[in-house]
Design a protein around this ligand. Structure first.
Ligand code: 4NP
Length: 160
């Protein structure tokens, strides 16, 4: 049995690749890489094939999560067949995913930060047009929510 998680933002070059790399590390540290599959995608098509934004990459590598191997892709309808969890960074991403979701989709579609009950924010703010501190704030939110998501999956699926 495997559990699959898709992180989604707008461009798939800042927030969702960061979540992808952080959650993959959290899963690997828990020795669950063979049980939990992680991916990321964007609702938009502007950056397909591009590596993550250099600001996201530099914050992530400084904090121990290399991102440079990732390439942006757009969400496709087939993702709703493949993933148990489709987690949006903000409400606009979530609305666009809800419009795409096939009627029979039985997985979990929701906001990523909702798993972290202690989180002040509901959404991971889009850092693209903001200052450099925005990327550290994104990382802080994503690190906390990643631990909370792993705990949720471990208890829901009886994983160690
Ligand atoms: P992301 O950030 O959704 O976190 O990858 C953005 C990347 C690109 C754009 C907006 C947000 N853009 O407008 O191109």
């Amino acid at each position: 049995m495997t559990v699959s998680v898709l992180f989604v933002c707008l461009g798939n070059i800042c927030r969702s690749p960061t979540a992808h790399a952080v959650f993959e590390k959290v899963v690997s540290d828990a020795h669950l890489s063979d049980k939990i599959i992680v991916d990321s995608a964007g609702t938009g098509d502007w950056h397909i094939g591009e590596p993550p934004d250099h600001r996201a990459s530099s914050v992530a590598s400084r904090r121990g999560y290399p991102l440079d191997h990732l390439r942006a892709r757009q969400v496709v309808t087939a993702d709703f067949d493949k993933f148990d969890y489709i987690l949006a960074m903000d409400n606009e991403n979530l609305r666009n995913l809800q419009l795409m979701a096939p009627l029979g989709f039985s997985g979990h579609l929701g906001l990523f930060l909702a798993f972290d009950k202690g989180q002040q924010l509901e959404e991971v703010p889009d850092p693209y047009y903001g200052g450099p501190n925005g990327f550290d704030d994104v990382m802080d939110s994503i690190e906390k929510a990643s631990s909370a998501l792993l705990s949720h999956i471990q208890s829901s699926y009886g994983l160690p």
